[in-house]
Write a protein that binds this ligand. Structure first.
Ligand code: NI
Length: 167
């Protein structure tokens, strides 16, 4: 296993739409393991999406369980072919991204979501999520549609912030 190279803005490949996973096989699970290793090698990333490493299938990993300030969460999640089936409320929050290493931004997201996905063995998953975990999932799923948080800023002038460090 190896830490994979992360595509960074403005790499055009980050705009590519990813396709659904068809085969829940050992190759998928090996790719997920490499994706997770890459996430953990990054600076405190709570999520990563397959297209960020040039793998254009609908797979994201989210884990907001290790934050200094605890938030409601479902632990370590590998979400294959995720679909949001319900949205509730709106909130503004600060986001960062391994593909946009030098900036953070304020983005409006649904406050709560209902989510359906598969795990890497093809088992159906369903979650009700809120707050930061719901935000992280929405952010990662955007990557599957070729979107970055930069595309969702209301105002680049007011909502984009240069990082002082990578935490
Ligand atoms: Ni991201």
């Amino acid at each position: 296993m190896a830490v994979l190279e992360i595509l960074t803005y403005p790499d055009e490949r980050l705009k590519q739409e990813s396709v659904p996973v068809a085969d829940f096989d050992d190759d998928l699970r090996a790719r997920v393991a490499a994706l997770e290793e890459t996430r953990l090698a990054g600076p405190g990333a709570v999520g990563i999406a397959a297209p960020q490493v040039g793998w254009f299938e609908r797979v994201v990993i989210v884990d907001v369980s290790k934050l200094k300030k605890p938030v409601p969460n479902h632990g370590y999640l590998v979400l294959v072919n995720p679909e949001i089936t319900a949205w509730e409320g709106f909130a503004v929050g600060r986001e960062g991204c391994l593909s946009v290493p030098d900036f953070t931004g304020n983005v409006i997201r649904a406050e709560a979501i209902r989510l359906e996905a598969r795990d890497p063995w093809g088992q159906a998953l369903e979650f009700q999520m809120q707050g930061f975990e719901a935000r992280a999932v929405q952010h990662e799923m955007d990557h599957l549609d070729g979107l970055l948080f930069l595309d969702r800023l209301v105002s680049r002038r007011n909502d984009l912030f240069r990082r002082k460090n990578h935490q």
